[in-house]
Design a protein around this ligand. Structure first.
Ligand SMILES: CC(C)(COP(=O)(O)OP(=O)(O)OC[C@H]1O[C@@H](n2cnc3c(N)ncnc32)[C@H](O)[C@@H]1OP(=O)(O)O)[C@@H](O)C(=O)NCCC(=O)NCCS
Length: 166
């Protein structure tokens, strides 16, 4: 746990305060963690949480993905891509149908280069800032990947995350 804390605090402490594994910066916590480490410690992380979300009128089991971070000294060498591949394998093992994530516009090309696919629809969730305010968005990038099911079978319709995002 201390290695993960160092990784997150090095990146976000100044702007967001200390990392809290139970509510990382107000986001939902991961229940599966994929880590990369070298002799100096943990240098990369991707996490996901299993959750049933609503898509249109259908309940969909997803791996809500977050905490995607490679230590600044290790970026640009393919580690992020490798972690995204491994997290997909872990989702398959965990038995969820799809991976799901929301991100900033500028980082969406990274996920697309890892074979995640962007979808465009309305999404609602609770705010990570207070956990209760309902946020509806149409323009935040949403990306999905196949786990137990192919991306082509993602149902149509608006998304309700039934909680805070990851
Ligand atoms: C995003 C991040 C995880 C990528 O890790 P990485 O190990 O540097 O990624 P890779 O070396 O596997 O890069 C794969 C491809 O994505 C591109 N890419 C990497 N970081 C990117 C970024 N921040 N925005 C857009 N594209 C990016 C690379 O140029 C590369 O493309 P190429 O193969 O055409 O050269 C890393 O930059 C990071 O930790 N950033 C800070 C935290 C962050 O923003 N996380 C995402 C939160 S949603």
């Amino acid at each position: 746990m201390e290695g993960l804390r160092s990784l997150f605090d090095a990146e976000y402490y100044e702007k967001c305060g200390p990392w809290n594994p139970d509510s990382p910066y107000g986001y939902s916590p991961a229940d599966v963690h994929v880590l990369a480490a070298n002799s100096l410690g943990i240098i990369g992380h991707v996490g996901f949480q299993r959750r049933l979300i609503d898509v249109g009128s259908i309940e969909v089991p997803v791996g809500g993905t977050g905490g995607v971070l490679v230590a600044s000294r290790a970026r640009g060498t393919g580690l992020g891509t490798l972690l995204m591949r491994r997290v997909r394998e872990a989702m398959h093992t965990a038995g969820v149908d799809f991976g799901y994530l929301g991100c900033r516009e500028d980082v969406a090309p990274f996920y697309e280069s890892c074979w995640w696919q962007r979808i465009r629809t309305r999404a609602r969730c609770f705010s990570r800032l207070d956990g209760t305010t309902v946020i509806e968005s149409t323009d935040t990038p949403i990306l999905i990947c196949s786990a137990a099911k192919p991306v082509a079978s993602w149902p149509s319709g608006p998304i309700d995350l039934r909680g805070t995002p990851w």
